[in-house]
Design a protein around this ligand. Structure first.
Ligand code: TYD
Length: 210
């Protein structure tokens, strides 16, 4: 698998805290008194036009076929990766790019929804990240966290999330074999503790070497 240097991704079930952690990391970079690489924190589904379509489908407002949603995720990713100011451009300029979700989310979520084949064929040509941090959390605990939030998307129920965790665990070794460096973080800890683990993993990336 072709690997994009300076590119890390966060992956995990809904409620596992990837978005919170990216926020904490942003704060760390903003507050740092020592020189750090420029951070570009980004996410999928993106804030572009295809991402907006996906979000309304996930809320259940836009009734789309599952296979259409799988294709939209891949189209959104193509823009996110190759578009202007995207992952490839920024990481190539020496920024540290971290994305909240990437290809593995499609293999896991759309794999459960539409069967393995479609998301695999839609995603096989995308390059891999240098580092993948998996936020491991018991789906029951994750559900409790989601209860405090307004609205639910179509994937945010327990039976689905139990499968999500299983699929992640089954697929992570494949990414490792393909040359992606995988770190597993215990996401049941307090946010500050998770952030310490995330930071320790990130600092091993070559971009931090003098
Ligand atoms: P999420 O990171 O939870 O966004 P938010 O914090 O705005 O709720 O992602 C939204 C959902 O999209 C999440 O349930 C996972 C799902 N998803 C896929 O099903 N396939 C994908 O390829 C991606 C990137 C996300």
């Amino acid at each position: 698998m072709f690997i994009i240097h300076n590119f890390a991704v966060f992956e995990g079930g809904d409620g596992s805290g990837t978005t919170t952690q990216l926020g904490l990391l942003r704060r760390r970079f903003d507050a740092s008194k020592t020189a750090l690489p420029a951070l570009h924190a980004t996410f999928e589904p993106s804030d572009g036009p295809v991402g907006a379509l996906i979000r309304s489908a996930l809320k259940g407002e836009l009734p789309l076929k599952k296979e259409t949603i799988a294709r939209l995720f891949a189209a959104d990713r193509n823009e996110h990766l190759y578009g202007r100011g995207g992952v490839l451009e920024r990481s190539g300029q020496g920024e540290l790019v971290i994305s909240d979700r990437y290809t593995l989310s499609s293999l896991v979520y759309q794999g459960i929804d539409c069967g393995e084949e479609l998301p695999r064929s839609l995603n096989e040509a995308f390059p891999g990240p240098e580092l993948l941090i998996f936020f491991d959390l018991d789906p029951e605990i994750a559900q409790k966290r989601l209860e405090g939030r307004p609205g639910r998307d179509i994937y945010e129920y327990l039976e689905f999330q139990v499968k999500v965790r299983e699929r992640y665990k089954a697929l992570l070794p494949e990414y490792e074999k393909a040359g992606v460096w995988v770190e597993l973080v215990d996401a049941s800890q307090k946010p500050e503790e998770v952030e310490q683990e995330v930071w320790r993993a990130l600092q091993k990336m070559p971009i931090f070497k003098p």
